[in-house]
Design a protein around this ligand. Sequence first.
Ligand code: GLN
Ligand code: ZN
Length: 764
Amino acid sequence: MTVSHILGYPRIGAQRELKKATEAYWQGDCSRQALEATGRELRLRHWRDQQAAGLDLVSVGDFAFYDQVLNVSVLLGAVPERFNAGREVAAGEVELDTAFRMARGRAPSGEPAPACAMTKYFDTNYHYLVPELHAGQRFTLASNRLFDEVDEALGAGFTPKVTLTGPLTWLWLGKSKGSEFDRLTLLDSLLDVYSEVLARLATQGVEWVQLDEPALVQDLPPAWHQAFERAYHRLQAAPLKLMVASYFGGLGDNLSLATRLPVAGLHIDAVRAPQQVDQVIDRLGPHQVLSVGIIDGRNIWRADLAALRERLRPLKVRLGKRLWLAPSCSLLHVPVDLDQESELDASLVGWLAFARQKLDEVVTLARLIDQRATVQDEQRLAAATQALDARRDSTRIHQPAVSRRVAAVTPCDSQRRCVYAERAVAQRRALALPLFPTTTIGSFPQTQDIRAARRAFKAGTLSQADYDAQMRAEIAYAVERQASLGLDVLVHGEAERNDMVEYFGEQLDGFAFTRFGWVQSYGSRCVKPPIIFGDVTRPAAMTVRWSEYAQTLTDKPMKGMLTGPVTILQWSFVRDDQPRETTCRQIALALRDEVADLERAGIRIIQIDEPALREGLPLRQSEWQEYLNWAVECFRLSAAGVDNTTQIHTHMCYSAFNDIIGAIAALDADVITIETSRSDMALLDVFQDFAYPNDIGPGVYDIHTPNIPDVKSMVALMEKALDKLPAERLWVNPDCGLKTRGWAEVEPALANMVEAARQLRARY
Ligand code: GLN
Ligand code: ZN
């Protein structure tokens, strides 16, 4: 019999119950007991779903009130000193509130302290809390939560498989706090605790433990190879079976390392790296189990069960009962349940599968290849085939004009008419901006009134005319404020936008939106990514009327504001029936038309935001260049249709630029604005070293805090920038958009920023 299992399940709840409970707890509106009860309820419900679907094992250890990597840090007692200050941690047990303080800096109890850093988990949009490591650190078993959850599952009659971030990946994700040191020196102490954890799980009656080691799909230094071997040779002494789980890509040059590890089972990603399956089987030990991740855990498309059955047949012949089936990775990265989407049209629903549907897919596939399919399995197989045939031929997806246009793109289309140096002269003449021009990144405060208007409009209680009137009033207000503050390049303020991707997706053909398709981003925060299901076209101009109106209110240049093609792609679920780059080109062409329309409407400066450019980088460096080539081309395709006098801006935030500076320069935007204030302008070094040729607006105002930056601090930051870059190419602007701030903070801050620019002009 083929064992079916999953690597993890979304814990947020189909109705985001966990989000609501944790936020209520933080606000003091829900007791600790009530929060724990919600957690228990959700775990139980999710285990029941897994069992009801027919999985052989249920996943335990994937639940977390905030983050599963943080859970492991807590389990290991890796709690930075500042969170323990003045508190007795009862009998070695780290309290829930301590974990919340690590995550958020504060909790209903305990002293506030600066939160741990948070960053994206591999190439996902899920953020984990970065383990803080220091030389000589000792670990101790410091939480019973995992063991309690195992008892909970056993007590309710489930057969659990425990999942836990593996020791090497946990270290890999950690960062040294203070002076740099070799993280691997901590391995021995770490393994002591992992061994203790495994021994305890064994006494509880756990048979299988899955240790997640996605670090195995990245480029590992030789020392880490040795550490993997050493670690698993030690852990093999545990009196239970270990499965090492790799996902998000192929094992590549770590393949023989992974297959040599002395563990009972290995999980591999057969969706992103189908070619590795045979190679892994060739090297697998005679008793080792291979869990094949065959259902896409990163996307929402319904699986082609018939095709997968054919693919799996020869594997079944080779592996017999050593073949296990699973989704490629934890289902944490997809929404919970498609059955809730009553408003999506039926054909689209037929093409999709969310977490709960993916459980059925895994189980049905296992029974199909075992030749023990039920009537229901046969029905599912037929329904999948039928839906996918319909999808392949659907005229809703395939628009011949779009593919013709993409095919007709030439290198000329992504070239501006002349080089930056000449454009800069033409633009200087056309725009007549002062030295150190001041501008903002696009959004102004999204006030309660604005949100209420959008909600009422969506609900149908506010008419189009009234909504438009209110948005125009908001725009007029933002323009008037900017004009009186003395900014040089104005923006309309983005009052009409809910989200920088959703806003465009809603106006483009080929995009669909779910009602409950939430995916955890960090802690209690969820995102609802659009689904790009078909060829992308732009039925009508998307932003022109707002920008055009805003321009009528001022003689200063009004900056048009667009989200770039790579960012739209990156923050959506993307179709799997054509390469990502093709979808990206389609979006780029739609944006190119928008750029042309803005220019025609008299907009002389157009900003195309690409904050997600860097996060699209593949996990393997060998694949970076290929990605960057098409990503850069797509940006240029969207931007390059304009005259020399039209100035193209781009904006990027939350990223380091050192490894992609060449690509950033290749974007050939006339101006780039970036987040730099918190790095004290250190992020500019790479622009200096690279001799970055175009204009730069290094952020001088950290918009993430309510603090109002003073003139002196902003002048000082610009002085630092001036050490690295010439005055003629510098702009003065905040780090990012201002939508999360209030006007009471924004106005004095911008007044100071404008004053800082004035003082600089007097000096240069
Ligand atoms: N133009 C957007 C804004 O100001 C940019 C947001 C972003 O960079 N994430 O809100
Ligand atoms: Zn930004």
